[in-house]
Design a protein around this ligand. Structure first.
Ligand code: UDP
Length: 496
């Protein structure tokens, strides 16, 4: 796939900005980057999106959408050296890792893309004017320096969590803390913030990842700025504080998911859905507006079988219509057995279970959805915000506990389910962190007409309206996209 209507090499006319986007190969990082590619291209920039063959295959929907809209986006596929780093052949995405032990190998394999990518970009025409790369790809800074162009970073975090992470790393707040439950106070944060160590980003120690973590942070601090999948009206206090704390330029250009305007591209987002979409829409149509709770825990969380059973029983007890996305089927056959052994039959009139990849955005946007039980990945939250849907928060790891704070304490558009502890990514913990009673109570509270639920619903709708406005003409994110393209294009024309 290459640019439509390529400009001629050596042309003397002013070139438009050419952005090179290098996402981390994980759904929560790649999906917003594909959205960003569309937003930049819609505003007139040229975009090269870097990926690998297995990930490119998941992007068929994205490629079709870009071609249909004749957007100047090209997909650049580089072979991924999985086997060279001890990974199984074709293991090209974080969601394909067998355990967290392989994270280090995966990050190293990503680093081996440096030379092939640099070689490709040296010959690229029009020449790149800027690299926007995932914070994990610290090595893209070397390429940007060689080409003499800015590198902007993207983390997939909201600004609230980015600021907290920055304070934690800058002040070494987790160093020498051995007790996972020790409360860490983030002084310097603009609003009071304290959490147990285990619930903060950076608390998961994986052997061999520490040095890489330092490089990632150091290169982030040397970068020319940050792209945020957020919007000013949502996080203005934290955006200003982040700029002050880091001295970095910040472009809030989200919510990126709003580049999708029809249900076809929404349905194909991220991967091919594992179910018949028209049937899903028909099922949603058959339910009353605002009556269905949608339960989905993103792409990486692996919920233990015992916990899944507890969650299912809580949903059943709540007596509300639900859609529940389960990814554990292949890994835990006992869950399949339990579902088949009476559960599915008992809830068949009001429950839909999706095994595998769900068309999350298409579902969230449907008027039947009245609540979203989420693991608090930032993409899921911002998608929930755009859909104007209040949330039940069930964080598992990383920055998800910070996102919960933002949603519950500051935006006041959600309520906690009451998680008892951290469920580390890839761990096989068996204990139940949330009981069926807690699930039932949370679902019943959020989906009823009580004052608290109505208040959350109203606020969620209001943020949904503000989110849309941010990307409309003259909206805050719309203007930031234009400024970003202008600034990067001007730099290129000045140096060319
Ligand atoms: N997603 C989806 N279908 C699924 C699971 C996830 O479309 O079955 C999308 C979801 O809409 C979001 C992304 O995958 O855009 C997950 O990102 P998030 O930050 O919420 O969580 P992560 O997967 O990174 O933990």
């Amino acid at each position: 796939m290459s640019f439509a209507g390529d400009q001629q090499r050596g042309s003397t006319t002013k070139t438009t900005a050419h952005f090179v986007l290098v996402p981390m190969m994980a759904q929560g990082h790649t999906i917003p980057m594909t959205d960003l590619a569309c937003l930049l291209a819609e505003h007139g920039a040229q975009v090269s999106l870097i990926t690998t063959p297995v990930n490119a295959a998941r992007m068929a929907g994205f490629v079709a959408g870009v071609e249909e809209a004749s957007l100047p986006v090209q997909l650049v596929e580089l072979p991924f050296p999985a086997a060279e780093f001890g990974l199984s052949d074709g293991c090209e995405n974080l969601d394909m890792l067998q355990s967290t032990e392989h994270i280090r190998d995966f990050i190293k394999a990503c680093g081996a893309l440096q030379e092939p990518l640099a070689a490709r970009l040296r010959q690229e025409w029009p020449p790149p004017s800027c690299i926007i790369s995932d914070m994990m790809h610290w090595w893209t800074s070397d390429i940007a320096r060689e080409l003499g162009i800015p590198r902007l970073t993207f983390s997939g975090f909201c600004t609230f969590a980015s600021l907290a992470r920055d304070i934690i790393y800058r002040d070494n707040l987790l160093e020498n803390l051995n007790d996972e439950e020790e409360i860490v106070k983030l002084s310097g944060f603009p609003t009071p913030l304290e959490l147990p160590k285990a619930r903060l980003p950076g608390s998961l120690r994986i052997s061999g990842v520490e040095q890489i973590r330092e490089k990632i942070y150091a290169e982030e601090m040397r970068s020319d700025g940050k792209i945020m999948n957020s919007f000013q009206e949502l996080e203005i206090l934290y955006i200003e504080s982040y700029k002050q704390a880091t001295g970095k330029k910040v472009w809030t250009v989200g919510p990126m998911c709003l580049c999708h305007r029809d249900s076809n591209t929404m349905a194909a987002r991220g991967n091919k859905a594992s179910l018949d979409e028209p049937k899903c829409l028909q099922w949603l149509d058959s339910n009353k507006p605002g009556s269905v709770i949608f339960v989905s825990f993103g792409s990486l969380v692996s919920t233990a079988p015992e916990q899944l059973v507890e969650l299912g029983l809580g949903l059943e007890a709540s007596n509300r219509p639900f859609i529940w996305v389960i990814k554990a089927g292949n890994k835990f056959p006992e869950v399949e057995e339990w579902l088949a052994d009476g559960f599915e039959e008992r809830v068949k009139d009001r429950g839909m279970i999706i095994r595998g990849w769900a068309p999350q955005m298409m579902i969230l946007w449907h008027q039947a959805i009245g609540g979203f039980m989420t693991h608090c990945g930032w993409n899921s939250i911002i998608e929930g915000i755009c859909a104007g849907v209040p949330m039940i928060t069930w964080p598992h790891f990383a920055e998800q506990f910070l996102n919960e704070k933002l949603v519950v304490d500051h935006l006041k558009i959600g309520m906690e389910v009451g998680v008892k502890g951290v469920t580390q990514w890839g761990s096989e913990q068996k204990e139940v962190k949330v009981t069926r009673n807690a699930v039932e109570t949370a679902v019943s509270t959020l989906m009823n007409d009580g004052e608290a639920a109505q208040e959350m619903r109203m606020r969620a709708k209001d943020f949904g309206v503000k989110a849309r406005r941010a990307l409309e003409e003259e909206g805050s994110s719309y203007n930031n996209i234009r400024l970003l393209i202008q600034e990067m294009g001007n730099k290129q024309n000045a140096s060319g």
